[in-house]
Design a protein around this ligand. Structure first.
Ligand code: NDP
Length: 277
C-alpha cells in the first residue's frame, strides 16, 4: 500500500470557509485518487516561501485566493493564455517541476454557461469589474462573444476592464447609474459583483429589473445563497438562469484534471457542495 499521498491545496487568507476543500476531497475519495487537498493560511509576506515549500514537496498544484492572485506571477515559470491576458492566476499546475499559472474562474463559468447557451456571437452584459468579472469577460470574449458590455460603479476599474476586453472583441463600458437599465440588445446578463452573497444578501442590485426580458439568459456568480434575488426575479419572468454553484464545481473538475489527469464526476462534487453550504 502507498501511504504517500500527492499534495494539492489552497494558499489563502483566511484559510477557513473554503468549500473547495470538501468538494475536491470528495472527488479524490470517489475516484480513489491518492491525492490530498490542504487549505493553508499564507500571509502575503510569506508567499514566496510557501511556493518554495510546495516546490520542495513536489505538490501537484494549488489554488490561490485574493490577494495572492497577482503577486504569485513572479514566482511561476509559465502562464496559460487566459491567466496571461487577465494578469491573474488562481490555479498553479506542477508540470515536471515547472510551475504553470492558470486561471480557472472564467473557464468554470463558461462551462456552466455553455450547458444553457453558447456565447459565440452573443451580446453579453456583465455587472462588475472585479476579479471574477474580468475572468468571465476574457473567457467569453475568447469563446467568440460579439459584444461584452461592462457595467461598474468604479469607472477606473470599469474602463480598465473595457480596455482589456476590447483587445479581444467589441466592448463597451457603462457607468453604473442608479436603477441601471439593462441594454436591450443583451442576450446574456451576468452578475459578477458581490451583491447578493451571504453577509451582503440584503443588498439589492441597483438595476431596473423591468428592463430584463424573458429571452435573456441570466447568470449569477454568487455561491451562497445560490438562489439570489436576481435569479428569482429572472425565473419569475421566464428567463433561463444559471447559479454560481456550477462555476465552483467546474473549477474543481478543471483543477483536478490539471493535477491528476483524471476527469472526475461533477455530480459528486455538486452534491457535496450543497451539503457543506
Ligand atoms: P472583487 O472584490 O474583485 O470585485 C467586486 C465587484 O463587485 C466590483 O466590481 C465592485 O464594484 C462590485 N460591487 C460590490 N458591491 C457593489 C454594489 N453594492 N453595487 C454594485 N457593484 C458592487 O470580487 P470578485 O470579483 O473576486 O468576486 C465577486 C463575487 O464573485 C464574489 O461574491 C465571489 O464570491 C464570487 N465568485 C464566485 C466564484 C464561483 O466559482 N462561483 C468564483 C469567484 C468569485 P466597484 O469596482 O465599483 O467597487
Amino acid at each position: 500500500m502507498n501511504f504517500l499521498s500527492q499534495l494539492t491545496g489552497c494558499f489563502s487568507i483566511p484559510a477557513d470557509g473554503n468549500p473547495t476543500v470538501a468538494i475536491v476531497e470528495a472527488a479524490y475519495a470517489n475516484h480513489k485518487l491518492n491525492f490530498r487537498y490542504i487549505n493553508t493560511e499564507v500571509q502575503s509576506k510569506d508567499l514566496g516561501e510557501a511556493i518554495a515549500g510546495a516546490r520542495a514537496m513536489n505538490w501537484a498544484g494549488f489554488h490561490l485566493s485574493s490577494p495572492h492572485k497577482v503577486e504569485i506571477i513572479k514566482y511561476l515559470d509559465e502562464l496559460g493564455q487566459s491567466a496571461e491576458l487577465m494578469g491573474a492566476v488562481n490555479c498553479v499546475v506542477n508540470k515536471n517541476g515547472k510551475l504553470i499559472g492558470e486561471n480557472t474562474d472564467g473557464k468554470g463559468f463558461l462551462q456552466s454557461l455553455k450547458e444553457v447557451v453558447n456565447p459565440t456571437g452573443k451580446t453579453v452584459t456583465i455587472l462588475g469589474a472585479g476579479g471574477a468579472a474580468r475572468a468571465i469577460a476574457v473567457e467569453i470574449a475568447l469563446a467568440g462573444a460579439k459584444t461584452v458590455n461592462i457595467v461598474n460603479r468604479d469607472s477606473g476599474r470599469g474602463k480598465e476592464m473595457n480596455q482589456l476586453v476590447s483587445t479581444l472583441c467589441q466592448s463597451n463600458y457603462y457607468p453604473w447609474d442608479s436603477n441601471f437599465a439593462v441594454p436591450t440588445e443583451t442576450e446574456i446578463l451576468v452578475n459578477a459583483t458581490t451583491v447578493g452573497m451571504h453577509g451582503n444578501s440584503d443588498a439589492s442590485l441597483d438595476i431596473f429589473f423591468d428592463s430584463m426580458n424573458s429571452s435573456m439568459v441570466v447568470a449569477d456568480v454568487i455561491i451562497n445563497p445560490p438562489q439570489t434575488e436576481l435569479l428569482s426575479r429572472a425565473t419569475a419572468i421566464g428567463c433561463k438562469t444559471i447559479d454560481g454553484l456550477g462555476m465552483v464545481v467546474n473549477q474543481g473538475v478543471l483543477a483536478i484534471k490539471y493535477w491528476t489527469g483524471v476527469d472526475v464526476d461533477a455530480d459528486v462534487m455538486r452534491k457535496k457542495l450543497l451539503e457543506v453550504l
